[in-house]
Design a protein around this ligand. Structure first.
Ligand code: NAP
Length: 311
């Protein structure tokens, strides 16, 4: 593999940044990696495990001289970071991010970006329910999608270079506009997470009121939801606050469907339920055929080293 960027600055050193650091090193994509995280504790861990070549106390110091800056912080922290680093960005540098919502990140970051940098937002659709600097691993992005949302008029050479980095880490890259990204992700990731949080919340309430053994006897469906519902609270709070319209739109559709199924159960309309579940089963087959999950029993849990989140 060839070096794509001379110096990559990772701002935020959690799951995504640490996975990027491991992948960039493994595939020789960056000559140097610098980093910054908010807490002294995370910075100390990053230094101790050699995540970056140099770890800085401030984001401003970390981005100096970098030809790629990657914002890997929760969405709510993007604006303040962008304001802090703006005066320190090198001419010709690319600034990207990995936030799970794109419209709100563009609104938060773009106003701060000087004309001499390329701002190309991005989102790797890969993750786990773990967070922090120790949670990353080099293969997180293998065969996962990495969506880029370059603004109109973005420099094609800068986009191609960022694409080469993502592909070098094993990802498949697609481009789309930010609003479309947010709607698609509301369906495929954000609303499913909300449903998982809700269902686990219901079970927790049941456990308290009836002292039932929902944890001890947790079966496949519930257990899978608990993994999703264990995702980072700060990250997911910010996702819902920043993709409000799209999530509320999809939730409205979801509750309509739920009422239809509720009625089918009440009316003992087995034909409706069977036809519905047959259609949804076909979607699952499509995901496996697209290489985005395994058909192994129990979701390949035993064989797989790390679970894949829906990000
Ligand atoms: P994470 O493991 O929780 O790490 C977040 C990092 O950001 C931590 O190092 C934290 O520092 C740092 N941070 C927070 N506020 C900061 C600030 N004001 N200044 C500097 N650093 C700050 O999070 P993650 O899972 O990597 O997620 C990061 C981004 O990736 C989010 O925008 C998320 O939407 C996106 N994303 C996540 C996933 C996923 O599945 N997890 C998938 C795709 C995209 P401290 O440790 O010092 O607090």
């Amino acid at each position: 593999m060839t070096v794509v960027y001379q110096r990559v600055a990772l701002i935020g050193l959690g799951l995504i940044a640490s996975s990027m650091a491991h992948a960039m090193r493994q595939f020789g994509l960056a000559a140097e990696i610098t980093g910054h995280a908010k807490s002294a504790e995370t910075r100390a861990i990053a230094a101790e495990i050699g995540l970056c070549d140099r770890v800085f106390e401030t984001a401003a110091e970390a981005v100096a001289g970098a030809d790629l800056v990657v914002l890997c912080v929760p969405i709510g922290a993007m604006a303040a970071i962008a304001a802090e680093i703006a005066p320190h960005l090198a001419a010709g540098a690319t600034v990207t991010d990995v936030g799970s919502v794109k419209g709100a990140v563009v609104e938060a970051v773009k106003p701060h970006m000087p004309d001499h940098v390329h701002f190309i937002p991005g989102h790797p659709i890969a993750g786990t329910e773990h967070s922090g600097p120790r949670s990353g691993f080099a293969t997180l992005f293998q065969n996962r999608w990495w969506l880029l949302t370059p603004p109109e008029g973005a420099d094609p050479a800068a986009v191609a270079r960022l694409r080469a980095l993502c592909e070098g880490m094993g990802a498949n890259v697609d481009e789309m506009d930010a609003a479309h990204h947010d709607l698609v992700l509301a369906v495929t990731s954000h609303t499913p997470h909300l449903i998982a949080y809700t269902m686990v919340g219901v079970a927790e309430h049941m456990r308290r009121v009836s002292n039932s053994e929902v944890i001890k006897y947790s079966a496949g469906g519930f257990r899978d939801l608990t993994r999703i519902a264990a995702s980072d609270p700060v990250m997911w709070r910010d996702v819902f606050l920043n993709n409000k319209d799209a999530v509320l739109d999809i939730l409205g559709r979801f509750t309509e469907e739920l009422f239809v199924l509720q009625r089918a159960i009440r009316m003992e309309d087995g034909e409706h339920l069977h036809a519905y579940f047959t259609r949804t089963r076909a979607i699952r087959r499509g995901i496996i055929e697209a290489g985005q999950d395994t058909s192994a029993p129990d979701f390949g849990r035993v064989a797989r080293v790390e679970g894949k989140g829906t990000a």
